[in-house]
Design a protein around this ligand. Sequence first.
Ligand code: FES
Length: 671
Amino acid sequence: MADDLCRVDFEPVGKRVDVPAGTTLLEAARAAGVELASVCGGHGHCGRCRLAVLAGAVSGQTEADRSFLSASELAAGQRLACQARLESHVRVHVPPASLVTSQRLQVAGEAARLAGDVAEDVDATVRGWQVEAPAPSLADHRADFDRVCAALAEQHGLTGLTAGPSVLRQLSPLARRTGWRLTAYLRGTEVAGFAAPGRAPVGLAVDLGTTKIAGYLADLETGTELAAAGIMNPQIAYGEDVIARLAHAVREPGGAERLAAAARTAIDSLAGALAADAGIARDQIVAACIVGNTAMHHLLLGLPVRQLATSPFVPATARPLEVPAADLGLELAPGASVLLPPCVSGFVGADHVAMVLAAGLDRAGLDRAVPDQAGLDRAVLDRAGLDQPGHVAIGLDIGTNTEIALSRRGTLTSASCASGPAFEGAHIRHGMRAADGAIEGVRLARAQRGELLVAELRVVGGGKPTGICGSGIVDAIAELHRTGLLNARGRLVRDAPGVRRGRDGLEVLLAPAAETGNGADIVVTQGDVDEIQLAKGAIAAGVRALVAATGTDPAEVGEVIVAGAFGTYLNLDSALDIGLLPRFPNAAYRQVGNAAGAGARAVLLSAAERARAERIAERISYVELTTFPGFQRLFAHAMRFSELPASEPQLGEPQASELQASEPQNDTTGG
Ligand code: FES
């Protein structure tokens, strides 16, 4: 080893790397393949890259270290990896919460079995055919592909088949290995690949989120789910939200290429991990469906994004696309293709279309037998009694960006609001992802003498707490409000029992150092409350503005469907109590898991669902909430920490001119 190289041992991960002195521990971790969380991209703004230096020397503490780590944590050797530069060989301990892969990534979607909302019949675009061809001989000189095609014609009546060079490169050696017994994967008359006999075609569905990527493998013949897993989106290193990533793509030389490569590499490695988990070969994956918001979609495909980042924020294309998997760097079957369902607008993407499909919002209030082949027949809608209370359904997918859909009288109206990453634990003093050690539920009660005590903390993994995740912070704030420690304006009440002065102002102790996994107090600060206030205000105002923009009477709303990973673990009572969600008088609230992922799977497995996704995208009208008159007032009102009525009477009925609904944006550039 050269003298100027420092060796870093990562424990308990078991990885080691030699890097030049002066390298940050975050860069060393990347070089070692240790996936440290780094939401801010290594700028010292997120506090997510903590680790402990067990031995060796690193550079001195920075302001960023001191702002995220307590004196006792610093004394115990804890540092932000992005701030510590190597001065010698070191040994570091990486806590589970700092590892990208340890996060509880919610991949289950109940939506697929919601009231028969998705087709039961599997009708994938690729099918597998078992074929046995005669081996070549001196008397039979036919080319390899010709002899397999002849066998497919003879045994299955399949004619006119074609194959590209990558498939042909696969065929000759494979046929000789398998004794000319093969599985041929056909997409129409095009051969997507060959495999050993008896290997069912498999599809990959991906929900490409701003923060997380969820992937699923399904048997394309039976629809059976073979594996499911989630990883963090490594694009986070270049910005934690869509706006920051678009800015990186537009402003930084090579930025768009870096973002595309990050997403492609992540999806490819997820496909590999899923295949290993399911015990299948990668070249059995013959089709994929990827849904994501419009920015993720464009960055993945390498489409221009400058126009997405500037008003009026239009996509390059909103049409459905099908591209060769190889073009996206995905190592699947050689002729595999990737379907990208349609987007709706610059801020409402295919993930929203998939959520609407899986949650059945396009059919809400309708007799589910009503065919919607060519739009909806008004007479049919009238017969369905759509003026009855309860026929309006609202669906929300809460994430860094929150998309909201409202289904009413056969129309679909959608909006989007920037809710930020606070629910992922970002910008929260002791925020962390929903990994082991995260407080995910809080109940507070006063002791008899009046001082606050923490009655109950629910911790992911069941051990000692090391931080608090999104559902935990919502729960904690609801409890602070309920117990009178937080007023409706979102201010911690000075001098209230349990409220104390911390280094950044007022705070409430949730877990004392002696009871935590990292030996430091876990608190909720006034700054944390402010972050949640902004995020929940944006979501609640978005829902109420959409209700107003569509002229919906809140009493008509019969169902509110909450989708997404955070929404899955959210305590709905707490969300309603703090006004994160408005309380509709006649609505049932449902949490349905990763509906976007379930929608992607449905599209992957069924041509009918694929066509339905396209009809949904055409039917959705997009409302730009920020230009909706009264939105700022709704937003200000929604910042209050109290139960929110579904509408604000002072707003009155919206005028037609107030509705900024745009027509669905389907251009003519896509394929
Ligand atoms: S990556 Fe170190 S603080 Fe964000």
